[in-house]
Design a protein around this ligand. Structure first.
Ligand code: SF4
Length: 283
């Protein structure tokens, strides 16, 4: 089985994926990768803390009060992640205060989303504490593992909203992305990745209401519409990655000057002698 995230990497540059996965060249993490991984960690901490904060709500509260509660907790969690990752931030020469300032708007959006979700639910259901947690819908899960032998795919979904429904598990997956944002819609590689998650969830007998890519830097969730063309693209990308892993053919240079100029593997990629030597070690 191959990981869904590789489909997106293949779409970005097949040659880079080959260099990383087949020739095993080591990629020096770029600033956006380091920042992205810390933001993912913060999101995960926020989700794991949700149960305790919801259970701690014992009476009706205004949206403002709930928001303050969430803001306080989420700001502490962001600080904890920043302190834990201070050496990584040091390596990319970003100060702890600078990273907090940069990340806080996104975390604040999360606080608002969650406070509003709970507030609305309390208003219509008038339940609190443990009962509130038991009945809250949607619940937000993170790092949700899903796989299918039939599709030969596996993956970890960043965020999954799960709606309470007696007959079927209704879900809304989100892929969280940092870095550049397309003027409209989502990048093609992100579309394939989310399409693959939808297919995996459906194979696991879930009903997917909608699916999104959330661009964290602008706090915007953009929809991905599933259709037969996207399904076909996912399967084609999967087959292309499986073929690439056979290591028989090295993909051409992608000829996208923007991608290549910021690529951490460009020195090796453009060095034909080096590439030939590494390829000869494969046979
Ligand atoms: S330099 Fe360009 S072609 Fe080579 S791996 Fe990087 S992005 Fe791909």
């Amino acid at each position: 089985m191959i990981s869904v995230s590789l489909l997106s990497s293949y779409d970005y540059c097949p040659r880079k994926l080959f260099l990383e996965q087949v020739l095993k060249l080591i990629v020096i993490p770029r600033e956006s990768v380091v920042k992205g991984s810390i933001r993912h960690e913060v999101q995960d901490r926020i989700s794991k803390a949700e149960e305790s904060i919801v259970k701690s709500i014992k009476s009706e509260q205004s949206y403002k009060e709930l928001l303050e509660k969430y803001k306080k907790l989420h700001s502490d969690l962001l600080n904890q992640s920043i302190i834990k990752n201070k050496s990584k931030l040091g390596e990319i020469k970003v100060s702890l205060a600078e990273f907090f300032k940069e990340s806080w708007p996104t975390v604040l959006e999360e606080s608002k989303d969650r406070a509003l979700n709970v507030h609305k639910f309390i208003q219509s259901n008038k339940v609190f504490g443990d009962e509130l947690w038991r009945s809250l819908s949607p619940k937000i899960e993170t790092e949700y593992y899903v796989a299918s032998e039939e599709l030969q795919l596996k993956g970890v979904i960043d965020r999954l909203e799960v709606y309470d429904n007696k007959f079927v598990r209704e879900v809304v997956p989100y892929e969280l992305k940092t870095g550049s944002v397309p003027r409209e819609g989502v990048w093609p590689g992100h579309k394939v990745q989310v399409g693959a998650y939808v297919m995996l969830l459906e194979k696991n007998k879930m009903f997917v209401r909608e699916a999104f890519v959330k661009y964290l830097d602008i706090s915007e969730a953009r929809p991905v519409m599933m259709n037969p063309f996207l399904e076909k693209k996912v399967l084609e990308a999967r087959d292309a990655v499986l073929k690439l892993f056979q290591g028989k053919e090295i993909p051409c240079i992608c000829e996208n000057s923007k991608k290549c100029s910021s690529c951490s593997l460009k020195e090796q990629c453009w060095n034909e002698k080096f590439i030939k030597e590494r390829l000869s070690l494969l046979s």
